[in-house]
Design a protein around this ligand. Structure first.
Ligand code: PLP
Length: 358
């Protein structure tokens, strides 16, 4: 079976070599040296002042909302993973969905201002599939209306815009290091910011709100462990090779599928992409279901990512977002991982093209 992704596991000896020191120190969690080393590497890589390693990408968003004191309306994208919206609801915020740009599938800045009310406090936008939002337009709107900007950058590890990390934009960016991601720590995530005061609040909030016996603020347990940090430190040096492998598979898909009825979201100029996903948009939902059935029969498991459009979640009443709803009915992520064989990519494309030709 070929799945939509395959977790990269580094050579076992590289991982266990890092665990040896941990066994010697007998420190397995609570901001140990491996967590500190991973955070230092991430700061360096992103060119930011603070990168806090947390237990997953969902708690990263929730901690960011909490530390920024956001509790009212938040303008957000309907085309993302459910965690973007559920984090808002869990933090008792009100998600206000505005539609996406049909070309990048990210929040469309042209639609944001009409949705701003006196209760609006922030914009939570996703760099979907690692494709950058229009960060300049969003920054201008946020400045005009004094709104905070949080980027759900769960897909954006390794993406650069204008020669700098995409994670540098907005008040704060959150990452997921889940095992399905390009860079992973099995489970994990990070919160990235240049704001010292915010980082201080986040550091406390991540760890119950206290330092020793001194209690400063409300907190939660969002810490991660030395074992997870060890995995991250071991995976990190492999990332350039992983990106190169993904790029090869992406270019092969592109060559085979060019000229077909499939649409692809466009990556704007000035972006160094990470090849995190290979999404395609089918002409309609029936075509998607037909292609998916044929791929299943061929032993291939693509993923409807993202479905449904989040304004349509059964436990909320979101305003209509026709562009996102159409994309959610038609979007399919094809298998993409560095050691996916060329022959398998050809086989997947043969199946898709045969269905589209029917
Ligand atoms: C866009 C987006 N946001 C948030 C998350 C949540 O991350 P995690 O699974 O690490 O909690 C994901 C995970 O897939 C995601 O794709």
């Amino acid at each position: 079976m070929i799945y939509v992704t395959k977790t990269f596991l580094p050579p076992l000896e590289e991982y266990t070599a890092r665990l040896r020191g941990m066994w010697d120190r007998n420190q397995v969690t609570n901001n140990g040296p491996l967590v500190q080393e991973l955070e230092a590497r991430l700061r360096e890589q992103f060119g930011v002042a603070h990168a806090l390693f947390v237990s997953n990408g969902t708690i990263a968003i929730q901690l960011a909302l909490h530390a920024l004191g956001i509790g009212g309306e938040v303008i957000t994208t309907p085309f993302s993973y459910v965690a973007t919206t559920s984090s808002l609801l869990w933090e008792r915020c009100t998600p206000v969905f505005t539609d996406i740009d049909p070309v990048t599938l990210c929040l469309d800045p042209a639609r944001i201002e009409a949705a701003i009310t006196p209760r609006t406090e922030a914009i939570l936008a996703t760099h979907v599939y690692g494709i950058p939002c229009d960060v300049e337009a969003i920054a201008a709107i946020a400045a005009r209306h004094k709104l905070r900007v949080i980027y759900d950058a769960a897909h954006a590890f390794g993406v650069e815009l204008g020669g700098q990390s995409l994670l540098r934009f907005g008040d704060v960016s959150t990452l997921s290091f889940h095992a399905t991601k390009l860079f992973h720590t099995v489970e994990g995530g990070a919160i990235v910011t240049d704001d010292d005061a915010l980082a201080h609040k986040l550091t406390l909030a991540r760890s119950f709100g206290h330092l020793g016996d001194d209690h400063f603020q409300l907190g939660i347990n969002g810490k991660s462990s030395e074992m997870h940090a060890a995995m991250g430190l071991t995976v990190l040096p492999h990332v350039p090779a992983l990106v190169a492998g993904r790029r090869h598979v992406t270019e092969l898909y592109d060559a085979r599928l060019r000229g077909s009825a499939l649409e692809r979201p466009r990556i704007p100029a000035g972006v160094t992409y990470s090849y995190a996903y290979y999404p395609v948009l089918l002409p309609g939902e029936q075509a998607l279901l037909d292609v998916r059935a044929a791929l299943h029969e061929a032993g291939v498991q693509p993923r409807r990512y993202f479905y449904p459009s989040l304004n349509r979640l059964p436990y909320l009443q979101g305003a209509p977002c026709p562009v996102s709803e159409s994309a959610a009915l038609r979007a399919l992520c094809l298998p993409l991982y560095p050691d996916l064989a060329d022959a398998d990519v050809h086989r997947i494309c043969d199946v898709i093209l045969a269905v589209l030709a029917r």
